[in-house]
Design a protein around this ligand. Structure first.
Ligand SMILES: [Zn+2]
Ligand SMILES: [Zn+2]
Length: 303
């Protein structure tokens, strides 16, 4: 989910900066939430004025925006510092760079971090780097909490910084809830219970409108789940076939495999109303019922 766990914005421990201003290289890792000497949460922005800290020598004194000194912050912080959890300790490399966490632990944590940043999204978006968002350390602790106690994690605000810019452009009115309905190619295939190959046939024929129609790479194609569902619901089990003999097709139906015709073609023809058919089971799009005589002539047209 994340190509690189290094962050490019400064984070500091206010107690270290008060006692002996220095930077620890480990604070530049997005998987580290605290200074191991004081257990204090690393700060990337001023708790008083919320201004993002900059790489500047003035940082030694405190916030360059509101003037809040490290000493003042350090005293307040010392009053309530929780202990590091086992997972946090595992993620903290020693000074020589040795780390207890495995590659798979780090991958899980990256996945959880992206999930914690956008908890309500369907689309699982991968990112090159960890973007700046106010108090990254809190987000990380939330991501770790999601792993340690999956059923009790606290509700957090969504961090739009974790949405890739090209997706942001798809929501012109900047309605941040719209992003939650973005669905990617793979997720859509899962939703329909069909293969990505079958979905490709349907999307090529515009059976589902894309939010970014000019994008040719299927992996970057994005759909609005609300629009997709509206289309599908029109074809859900309510069509009367008036005494006509009908047949229900699935991706493995002999009628299709014999003629080397993919299920995606049937789905496309039904959605584009070239073949009369419906989904006999609500919410299951890997079954389509059509009239036998319609199917016969449709199959002839395909070959
Ligand atoms: Zn410290
Ligand atoms: Zn400030």
């Amino acid at each position: 989910m994340l190509r690189d766990v290094r962050i490019d914005f400064p984070r500091v421990c206010q107690i270290c900066f008060d006692e002996d201003p220095h930077m620890d290289w480990r604070w530049g890792l997005g998987t580290v939430a605290r200074c191991d000497k004081h257990n204090a949460l690393l700060l990337d922005s001023c708790p008083n004025c919320h201004e993002k800290y900059q790489w500047h020598t003035s940082l030694i004194k405190g916030c360059s925006n509101c003037g809040l000194a490290w000493q003042q912050l350090a005293e307040e912080t010392k009053l309530s510092i929780p202990a590091m959890s086992p997972i946090e300790k595992m993620l903290l490399p020693d000074e020589s760079g040795q780390i207890a966490a495995t590659d798979s632990d780090i991958r899980n944590i990256c996945r959880s971090l992206v999930r914690a940043a956008r908890p309500y999204d369907i689309l699982q978006e991968s990112l090159q780097r960890i973007p700046f968002s106010h108090m990254h350390s809190e987000l990380l602790l939330n991501a770790l909490e999601r792993i340690e106690s999956p059923w009790t994690h606290s509700i957090v605000t969504e961090r739009n910084e974790y949405i890739r810019p090209f997706r942001r452009k798809l929501c012109l009115d900047n309605d941040t809830q719209q992003y939650r309905f973005h669905i990617g190619y793979r997720e859509l295939a899962n939703h329909l219970s069909i293969t990505t190959t079958d979905l490709r046939v349907a999307t090529k024929a515009n059976a589902f409108p894309r939010l970014n129609p000019r994008v040719t790479n299927v992996r970057d194609q994005i759909f609005d789940l609300r629009v997709v569902n509206k289309i599908l619901h029109k074809f859900e089990g309510h069509l009367t076939m008036a005494n006509a003999k009908s047949v229900t097709l699935s991706p493995r139906s002999k009628a299709l495999t014999q003629g080397s015709i993919s299920y995606g073609h049937v789905l496309t023809s039904v959605l584009n109303q070239e073949l009369v058919g419906y989904f006999p089971m609500e919410g299951n799009y890997s079954l389509i019922t059509v009239k036998v005589e319609d199917l016969d002539s449709w199959l002839k047209d395909q070959t």
